[in-house]
Design a protein around this ligand. Structure first.
Ligand SMILES: [Zn+2]
Length: 94
């Protein structure tokens, strides 16, 4: 199993801080756009097994690192909010 640990960590942070990110739309597309932007902004950290993944997650719970990931996530959320690509927003329904 090859997995980018940052992906898993960012997904969790996203769910955890969803209220503070003030997303104007929470459809699958917008969520993925935010995660894609955030993931492109951070260095990937690939691991090959779940044990290591849990270890990295625990390490990233460390406040300082967590904060910088959150800043990246907030910036990505801001970009998607300003320029959403999903169908709902294009139609002006939200
Ligand atoms: Zn959307």
């Amino acid at each position: 199993m090859l997995v980018n640990a940052k992906e898993s960590v960012l997904e969790e942070l996203f769910d955890q801080y969803i209220d503070q990110l003030h997303m104007s739309c929470l459809c699958q597309r917008c969520r993925e756009d935010v995660l894609a932007l955030a993931l492109n902004a951070v260095k990937p950290q690939y691991v090959t097994d779940r044990t290591k993944l849990a270890y990295i997650k625990a390490e990233l719970v460390d406040k300082q690192k967590n904060t910088s990931m959150l800043v990246t996530l907030a910036e990505a959320a801001r970009i998607v909010n300003e320029n959403p690509h999903c169908e709902y927003r294009k139609k002006g329904r939200v």
